[in-house]
Design a protein around this ligand. Structure first.
Ligand SMILES: Nc1ncnc2c1ncn2[C@@H]1O[C@H](COP(=O)(O)OP(=O)(O)OP(=O)(O)O)[C@@H](O)[C@H]1O
Ligand SMILES: [Mg+2]
Length: 279
């Protein structure tokens, strides 16, 4: 079974078994992204060398790569936090300086404000963006129901477990209906079992929302389990060296991870990561 494909450039292929047929339309195309940071000491750090990738509308794409290879940097460029030093972004077929709209971003730690209730925390982006309050409040309630926190809206973050807080931060990331949900190791701080449960939750939320997700993780298994495609980055300065199209039908459950086919993907991604880390 040939698992690997040539590195994707601008084309987004159809993926089978997802709620996203007919073939996906490219939502975002990033071409030849290069990013150099200047440190406080004045040194230049080349974080991303030449990254080209596309995200299909409604597609779930994961990125794995060695620590320091530029994954978070790429996410920050998409979020509009840092500009790229070189390269172009195309959004819905038009070249843009930054992706329009405010991204939904979920980080490793949920960063909820302790003095606000879960509902108020979820509402924060809507307030900052001055979206209509009544409408946003209804959406916040719906999203909190969706992430299984319907009974916890009036609680404070300290009254919730880590996994529940992370689910609240996913609801918050979706409140303003962002064009892309950007997730940077969102389950990194959770224990193994909670992490598995969160993967199932995220799959459910993604299937209900049909949102494009750009997901960074250090877990090969999580990446394969959740994604339509897994992109592998090389060590710094990062390039996207390989993509894997993940064909398994959805909804997926954890029994899938014990199958020989799934094992083939894990082995192939691990092999690619090992090869690219040693470059
Ligand atoms: N603000 C910054 N100023 C200077 N250098 C930076 C800055 N942010 C990141 N870097 C450097 O850019 C490189 C890529 O960092 P980045 O955080 O994107 O890596 P990463 O792939 O997300 O790593 P990890 O898996 O450890 O989170 C690293 O060498 C890092 O030191
Ligand atoms: Mg990072």
């Amino acid at each position: 079974m040939n698992l690997t494909q040539p590195v994707l450039t601008t084309e987004v292929r159809e993926n089978s078994g997802t709620p996203h047929s007919p073939p996906l339309q490219p939502l975002l195309i990033a071409r030849h992204i290069r990013k150099t940071y200047r440190t406080k000491q004045g040194e230049r750090v080349l974080a991303i060398d030449d990254a080209t990738l596309a995200l299909g509308d409604g597609e779930f794409v994961s990125v794995v790569g060695p620590s320091g290879c530029g994954k978070s940097t790429l996410l920050k460029i998409f979020a509009g936090i840092h500009p790229a030093s070189e390269g172009t972004l195309e959004f819905r077929g038009k070249e843009v300086k930054r992706i329009p709209g405010n991204m939904g971003v979920v980080f490793q730690s949920p960063v909820l404000l302790p003095w606000l209730t879960i509902l108020e925390n979820t509402m924060l982006p809507a307030r900052v963006l001055h979206l209509p309050v009544a409408e946003s409040m209804e959406r916040a309630r719906d999203l909190l129901e969706l992430v299984g926190l319907g009974d916890f809206m009036t609680k404070y973050p300290s009254e919730l477990s880590g996994g529940m807080q992370q689910r609240a931060s996913i609801a918050r990331g979706l409140i303003h209906n962002p064009p892309i949900l950007l997730m940077d190791e969102p389950f990194g701080a959770l224990d193994a079992l909670t992490r598995e449960r969160m993967s199932l939750e995220l799959q459910r939320i993604w299937m209900a929302n049909q949102k494009t997700v750009f997901f960074i993780t250090h877990s090969i298994l999580e990446a394969i389990f959740l994604s339509d495609r897994v992109l592998v980055m090389s060590a710094r300065p990062g390039r996207i060296v390989r993509e894997f199209v993940i064909p398994f039908a959805r909804p997926r459950d954890f029994d899938l991870t014990t199958t020989a086919e799934f094992g083939d993907f894990v082995r192939a991604v691990r092999h690619e990561l090992g090869a690219s880390s040693n470059e």
